[in-house]
Design a protein around this ligand. Structure first.
Ligand code: MLT
Length: 411
């Protein structure tokens, strides 16, 4: 009989957002009239920028004509998109990235999840706690961890606790690690790492021959000057860091799907025979073997955000969500609830009143005021006693949700 990948059995029953969806569906079935406001999964609500729509319509028309039709494209992405990204997101900030150091994909969740395939099985992984579950779960699936302990931690993983006592900024690990996942601006805490803090990480990675897997999916939400938009703003990072970016939260592509990964050729790992190998080469091999490129129409839409109109429209939508973030953060604070994030990120991370366990708070919020959020404990044991709300709702629902929390929720 075929055997299974037993590593999957180490994982808790379901993926965090699948579990939330299940609980909300059950509540809705039992309470069909409940007016539920969803501020749980970080899914956008505003439509795609008109510049993207226009570009995609045009691309659809091209597909209707034999002279302009496109079949398979380059797996790494069309140059009209890679060049626009490099120009706007890197060159403009003084960073040199080659067109063969960027890989367009169907979103950064896939890339963050798949990247571990090009690392050795016995690599030691460090993640923050709390953490976006994809980094951890995919390493569990790959067999890079032991089993789940009673305290909610996997054996063999280096956890970097982040809570209010360290301003949600992870400290360097005590032991040597190989792969370090950093998410900045952070999902779920909404906090960021300063230039100085990131420099510490880059130096650690250099000294320890580690690789930083830097998830910058929310980079477009940064408002403060001292927060790097890209890890490559830090000297030496091009030798030790892989960066993930996404069009999902930047331009409303959660359903349209497009993201990209930067792997500078200078980032290297050691083969069993001791030789140094470029991760770029391995990812290119993987990408061309397992992926046939992001849809042409989608890439045209993505490239349109770099036009003058596109930039203006994207900024307007981001400002809209960030105003939601302000409304939530200030509303919670006015209700006497400690709230973090929401300044450089579309997430607000709140301390549950009276130290209520996160899932209890989830149930209370859902049943008493019909609001869906995400329990902090779902992101790791250090998230216990915290709760995440997203600013991606529409304005009306965001305002209504804050009013409900302020006026109808009692402790
Ligand atoms: C989240 O809610 O954390 C995000 O939507 C997850 C994602 O981008 O995959």
């Amino acid at each position: 009989m075929a055997t299974i990948n037993d590593n999957y059995l180490k994982l808790p029953g379901s993926y965090l957002f699948a579990e939330i969806a299940r609980r909300v569906a059950a509540f809705k079935e039992a309470n069909p009239d409940a007016d539920i406001i969803r501020l749980g999964i970080g899914d956008v609500t505003q439509p795609l920028p008109p510049a993207c729509i226009e570009a995609m319509h045009k691309a659809v028309d091209e597909m209707a004509n034999a002279d302009t039709f496109r079949g398979y494209g380059p797996e790494q992405g069309y140059s009209f998109l890679t060049e626009a990204i490099i120009e706007h997101n890197y060159k403009a900030r003084g960073i040199e990235i080659g067109t063969d150091e960027i890989f367009i994909s169907d979103g950064s969740k896939s890339d963050c999840g798949n990247i571990q395939e090009i690392f050795g099985e016995d690599n030691k992984v460090a993640i923050t706690d709390p953490v976006y579950p994809v980094y951890l779960d995919t390493n569990v699936m790959a067999g890079r961890t032991g089993t789940l302990n009673e305290d909610g931690h996997f054996e063999g993983v280096t956890y970097l606790p982040c809570d209010a006592s360290n301003n949600f900024a992870p400290e360097l690990p005590q032991e040597r690690v190989d792969m370090i996942y950093l998410c900045c601006p952070n999902n779920p805490t909404g906090t960021t790492l300063s230039r100085e803090e990131l420099t510490k990480w880059v130096n650690y990675a250099k000294e320890n021959e580690s690789v930083i897997l830097f998830d910058a999916a929310y980079a477009a939400y940064i408002t403060e000057e001292d927060v790097p938009r890209s890890i490559y703003e830090i000297e030496g990072a091009k030798d030790v860091a892989i960066e993930f970016r996404s069009f999902s939260k930047t331009a409303g592509f959660t359903g349209t799907r497009c993201g990209y990964t930067i792997i500078p050729k200078t980032v290297k790992g050691r083969a069993k025979d001791g030789s140094l190998v470029e991760f770029n080469k391995l990812w290119n091999r993987r990408h061309t073997t397992k992926f046939n490129g992001t849809a042409y129409i989608v890439q045209r839409g993505a490239a349109a955000i770099y036009t003058e109109e596109g930039q203006k429209q994207v900024k307007e939508t981001i400002a809209y969500y960030m105003e939601n973030a302000r409304i939530i953060r200030e509303g919670l604070q006015a209700a006497g609830i400690e709230a973090y994030g929401g300044v450089n990120a579309p997430y607000i991370w709140l301390k549950t009143p009276n130290d209520m366990p996160s899932w209890d708070f989830f149930d209370k919020l859902l049943t008493e005021v019909n609001i869906v959020g995400t329990p902090g404990a779902g992101f790791g044991p250090c998230g216990e006693g915290y709760f995440r709300l997203t600013a991606f709702g529409n304005r009306e629902n965001t305002v209504r949700a804050v009013e409900r929390i302020k006026n109808k929720l009692h402790f």
